[in-house]
Structure formats: structure tokens, C-alpha cells
Design a protein around this ligand. Structure first.
Ligand code: SAM
Ligand code: GLN
Length: 297
């Protein structure tokens, strides 16, 4: 074990492992790795501009050695550092929740536009179903200029606890006019009342049919209940969900759901059958069908 400068060690590590790393972390580059190491160091109590000039002896219990060995294993960076960046904030993540995806930021943008347009200085009651780390609902609380009453729900108690923790961590950025409640629920089953906005990024991958399209790292490390629905159960699951959304949406309300590009067309037809009058499939930035917007009137 030789003593080196951390920056030099990292350069060599990245060059030597580049092929294997890129297979596990598509798009990874040295810059991103340096940022995550800085975050990892910060979370381990080291906050220095000269971090990469520090001497580093790769002892097996050194926090950086642990970081590098987890990287070699292919554990997602966000689960290694315990944090993920979404919209403008860091959220804590564990393997109990999905790592938030950048396309979900579009769903938040669309919800914010709706709030700005139709709820100026008016209270807006919002449900975030399957809140996971809490990114959708909590970002709305941080960004909305109108008061929001948020119900954030999940079927996973561990996810709900994490969403609660993120609320606590981010509460300095949340205006006191907002209210929030965390509810353990299967879709809308334990949730009462009418909503102006019902938002959800539900599990939407068919366990068998869509499996080939899912990256191995996702299958290996992310919670299956955040991702998959049984193939045979898929249509019923959404029909039941849509019926309850319809019943609990205020007359001028809107629902926004993230979905699978191969199934959003079918889900749009289903929503029309359930009674929604206006439906729209919206693409993500890669041009794939990604969201479904539903209105009653
Ligand atoms: N909202 C987070 C996001 O966008 O990053 C997490 C979305 S993740 C795709 C789906 C979430 O739905 C998971 O947290 C999962 O535990 C939860 N979930 C799965 N089945 C559910 C159900 N029947 N009712 C409510 N939540 C459910
Ligand atoms: N977009 C996620 C993925 O591709 C899936 C998230 C979900 O099922 N809601 O892995």
C-alpha cells in the first residue's frame, strides 16, 4: 500500500476501471466521480477545497477505500453516498426507495405550472401517491408560492419514514404556510377527501414483459416494489387507481402520472373509459412518452 495524493489515485483508478465502471454507470465521468467523492467526504466530516491534494493510504477501513470498493461492486452512486440530487435539493436515499430520476422533474414542473396558473394565492390540496423519498411532494412544498396541503403516501413504511426524514431535513426551505401529512396507503385506499392535484410516479414496469428494458443495476439494487407490477395484474391495478383518482379529484382538478412509454397509450384509453374528459400523453426530454395528464372537465 503506497501513500498517494487522492486526486492521482482517483485518476489511475478511473483509467484502470473505466470499462467496468461505464458498464455499471452509463455516462459516468471523472468530474461526476470527483463531485460524489466530495459529497461522500463531506458526509464523513471532511470539508476541504484541497480534498484531492490530500494524501491517501488505501487502508480497507478508510472511507474512500469503502467508497471505491462499493463502486467496483456496481452499487449506484446515490446509494453509496446516501444522497440524490433532485430539482434544487439533496434528498436522502436508501435502498428502500427508488433513486429519483431526472424525468420526474418534468412532472414537478407541470404541477407547479398548474398551481401557478389556477391556484394563485389559493390553497391547493395535493396528493403524492407512492412518494418514495418524497421528492415530488416535498419539492412542490419548496417551490410553490401558493399554500399547499400535501398528503404524501406510500405502501412501504420504510419509504414513508424516509420521506418524513427528508421533510425534516428540508424543513428550513419549506414555508410555514404549507401543511403535510404522511399516510401509509395502497394507492388512495386510506386517504380521504377531495384533491386539486393527484400526482404519482407509481411502479409501472411489467415484471416479465418489460424486464429486458431495465438496466441490471436497477434490478439488482432498487426496491422491486417501486418498479414492478405483475403482468396479469397491471391493467386492474391501474383501473382501480384511476377510478379512485376520478372519485377523489375536485371538479376542476388534475392528475399527473408518470408511466411506461409502451403502456401510456393503453392507460389513456382506460382513463377515458373511467370517465376522464380530457387526457393527454406528454413526452420526456428524450422524446419518449412519459406522463399522462387527466382532467375531469
Ligand atoms: N415518488 C418517488 C419518485 O418519483 O422518485 C418514488 C416513485 S417509485 C417509482 C414508486 C413508489 O410507489 C415506491 O416508493 C413504492 O414503495 C410505492 N408503491 C408501490 N406500490 C404502491 C401502492 N400500491 N400504493 C402506494 N404506493 C405504492
Ligand atoms: N423510470 C424508472 C426506470 O426506468 C422506472 C420508475 C417506475 O417504475 N416508476 O427504471
Amino acid at each position: 500500500m503506497a501513500l498517494q495524493i487522492l486526486g492521482d489515485y482517483l485518476n489511475t483508478f478511473f483509467q484502470e476501471e473505466k470499462k467496468a465502471l461505464l458498464a455499471q454507470y452509463p455516462g459516468l465521468n471523472l468530474h461526476r466521480l470527483r463531485q460524489d467523492i466530495k459529497l461522500h467526504a463531506f458526509l464523513n466530516g471532511i470539508d476541504s477545497e484541497e480534498l484531492f491534494e490530500f494524501p491517501y493510504l488505501p487502508h480497507r477501513r478508510h472511507p474512500f477505500t469503502i467508497f471505491f470498493s462499493k463502486l467496483r461492486e456496481g452499487i449506484p452512486l446515490e446509494y453509496i453516498t446516501g444522497y440524490s440530487y433532485f430539482f434544487r435539493s439533496h434528498f436522502r436515499v436508501t435502498q428502500d426507495v427508488l433513486i429519483p430520476r431526472s424525468e420526474t422533474e418534468i412532472l414537478v414542473e407541470l404541477a407547479l405550472q398548474e398551481i401557478q396558473k389556477n391556484y394563485k394565492n389559493k390553497k391547493c390540496r395535493v396528493a403524492d401517491i407512492g412518494t418514495g423519498s418524497g421528492v415530488i411532494g416535498l419539492t412542490l412544498l419548496m417551490e410553490s408560492l401558493s399554500p399547499i396541503e400535501l398528503i404524501a403516501s406510500d405502501l412501504s413504511e420504510k419509504a414513508l419514514n424516509l420521506a418524513h426524514e427528508n421533510y425534516f431535513n428540508l424543513s428550513y426551505a419549506i414555508a410555514p404556510m404549507h401543511k403535510v401529512q404522511f399516510v401509509l396507503s395502497d394507492r388512495l385506499n386510506n386517504i380521504d377527501g377531495e384533491f386539486d392535484l393527484i400526482l404519482s410516479n407509481p411502479p409501472y414496469i411489467k415484471k416479465v414483459k418489460d424486464r429486458l428494458g431495465v438496466h441490471q443495476q436497477v434490478i439488482k439494487y432498487e426496491p422491486p416494489m417501486a418498479l414492478f407490477l405483475e403482468d396479469d395484474f397491471y391493467d386492474n391495478w391501474f383501473e382501480d387507481f384511476f377510478q379512485n383518482i376520478y372519485l377523489q379529484l375536485a371538479p376542476n382538478g388534475m392528475s399527473l402520472l408518470e408511466g411506461h412509454e409502451d403502456h401510456l397509450g393503453m392507460l389513456e384509453t382506460m382513463a377515458l373509459k373511467v370517465g376522464f374528459r380530457k387526457t393527454e400523453v406528454i413526452n420526456d426530454f428524450t422524446g419518449r412518452k412519459r406522463f399522462l395528464r387527466l382532467r375531469k372537465d
